[in-house]
Design a protein around this ligand. Structure first.
Ligand code: ADP
Length: 466
């Protein structure tokens, strides 16, 4: 069996002390352990002149970690990946901060990753590259002469070609994508847009879901990111008994909890969500004193100005809502910037009668799935879900769908969720749960790896020009 090599920007090496990583990380790590695999990526450390990647073994799998030069990392990660690609792929053209120098650094760091990885690769390894930070990695490996199968998985949306085209480097990124043997996307919509972009803008030909470019065949498909549904449900049920979760419940004093949990990111639609909550309190007076909104949003990418501005906006909105509606014995809003351990988070999600997942755009949104999995089957809560989250393709039947820009309608959905009968809650929850039982993080992993194996076999039989 071929060795599997996973490449991602950040690598989470279990230390025993750190809070356990989320579902996809766990499933990737389990898969690598079984396949005697290798996980390659940035060590999280900086070095003036980075040396070769350091390899450490953990049981049957190994990690190879590369230090990066700090100023290179800035250009690669903050400059291009999160200054240009992240806003562009989330349809936020106005936030794209294109700098040719940052793009060059992005290419340089990808070439550096490739050079270090290539030294560790065996000819028949299967390489699985993750996410928008590493789009050119496959092409760089090809330049170095690697001929084995390389797959790429995008964890964020792939927008329409009209949007991608705005990026001055769109054609180069298209060519880089065409160097892979397999490309996986989160949703049907992203899949459709990727095929369209590579065909119409980058000169690939289509044969169903396969692209053909200069004699090279690129398989594409939808592999929805998912969670360990059963495991998360168990965790939620167990953590219900922990002091943190009990304290939260007691602190509510019988009031209903609406909960939002995400990184502090402008894609998550938080200012609009706060505005919708304000509208709810102003127009549905029966909920005054009877509801609490808890927003947990740990700070992320604080080095970027847009993220700092968002933080200030939310602090102001929290103060405004509290000032306008709070009474001596009730504060309608709690806004927490600290991350919460996974186990506790699972319990919090179970306590909340309403889960608020209202991004402006999201590749999948795993929190939506975690909210569903965490519910008490006999008394489940209601998911209020943006129609622009990838999860809508699976949860659209049972969730209350909103356009987050429509504040009045989102407020109405919040009210309907708060007031929903138990029978309807159970019915909607079951409709949400079904797809999450059928397709889990494990299915996601197996499906991608299986396809990569298949693609590798086909490659062995057909000479390619790439
Ligand atoms: P993104 O990848 O854009 O951050 P997702 O919703 O797809 O969004 O995944 C986020 C993951 O991080 C989920 O597994 C979620 O449980 C976890 N997470 C998000 N916010 C927090 C938080 N405040 N504390 C702990 N875990 C969090």
């Amino acid at each position: 069996m071929a060795r599997l090599v996973i490449v991602s920007n950040r690598v989470s090496v279990p230390t025993g002390r750190r809070v356990e990583a989320g579902g996809l990380t766990v499933v990737l790590r389990d898969g690598l352990r079984k396949a005697d695999g290798l996980w390659f990526g940035w060590s999280g450390e900086f070095a003036e002149k980075p040396g070769p990647a350091k390899v450490t073994s953990r049981g049957r799998m190994s990690y190879a970690l590369l230090d990066l030069n700090q100023s290179d990392y800035k250009g690669f990660y903050y400059g291009f990946a999160n200054g240009s690609l992240w806003p562009l792929f989330h349809y936020r053209l106005g936030l794209v901060d294109w700098k040719a120098e940052s793009y060059r650094t992005y290419r340089k760091v990808n070439a550096q990753f490739a050079a270090e990885l290539f030294r560790l690769l065996k000819p028949d390894d299967h390489v699985w590259v993750h996410d928008y930070q590493l789009i050119p990695l496959g092409e760089e490996l090809r330049k170095l002469g690697f001929k084995g199968a390389i797959g790429f998985y995008l964890h964020v949306p792939f927008p329409s070609g009209d949007i991608v085209e705005v990026l001055p480097a769109h054609a180069e990124l298209g060519q880089a994508l065409l160097a892979y043997d397999l490309i996986g996307l989160q949703t049907d919509r992203s899949h459709h847009d990727l095929l369209d972009f590579l065909e119409r803008w980058c000169g690939a030909e289509r044969d169903g879901d396969t692209l053909i470019h200069q004699g090279h065949r690129i398989a594409t498909g939808v592999y929805r990111a998912a969670i360990d549904t059963v495991g998360f449900a168990k965790e939620a049920a167990a953590s219900y008994q922990t002091p943190e979760v009990r304290n939260l419940e007691e602190s509510l004093g019988g009031r209903t909890l609406m909960l939002g949990v995400e990184r502090l990111d402008y894609t998550k639609g938080l200012p609009l969500r706060f505005a919708a909550y304000e509208h709810l309190l102003a127009h549905y007076e029966e909920w005054l004193h009877n509801v609490v909104m808890l927003q947990i949003a740990p700070v992320s990418r604080g080095e970027l100005a847009q993220y700092r501005a968002l933080r200030s906006d939310l602090e102001r909105a929290t103060g405004r809502i509290a000032g306008r509606f709070a009474s001596p014995d009730w504060n309608p809003i709690r806004y927490v910037n600290q991350p919460v351990p996974r186990k506790v988070l699972a319990g919090f999600l179970r306590v909340a009668q309403v889960g608020l997942v209202t991004p402006l755009r999201d590749g999948m949104n795993l929190v939506a799935k975690e909210y569903v999995a965490a519910q008490d089957p006999d008394d489940p809560g209601v998911l209020v879900l943006s129609r622009f989250a990838g999860a809508v393709e699976e949860l659209g039947e049972g969730a209350l769908l909103v356009n987050p820009l429509d504040i009045e309608h989102t407020a109405l959905a919040m009210r309907n969720a708060l007031a929903m009968s138990k029978d309807e809650r159970i019915d909607r929850w079951r409709r949400c749960l079904e797809p999450l039982q059928a397709w889990t993080a494990r299915t996601w992993y197996d499906a991608f790896v299986h396809k990569l194996d298949e693609v590798a076999k086909a490659k062995g039989e057909l000479p390619t020009a790439a």
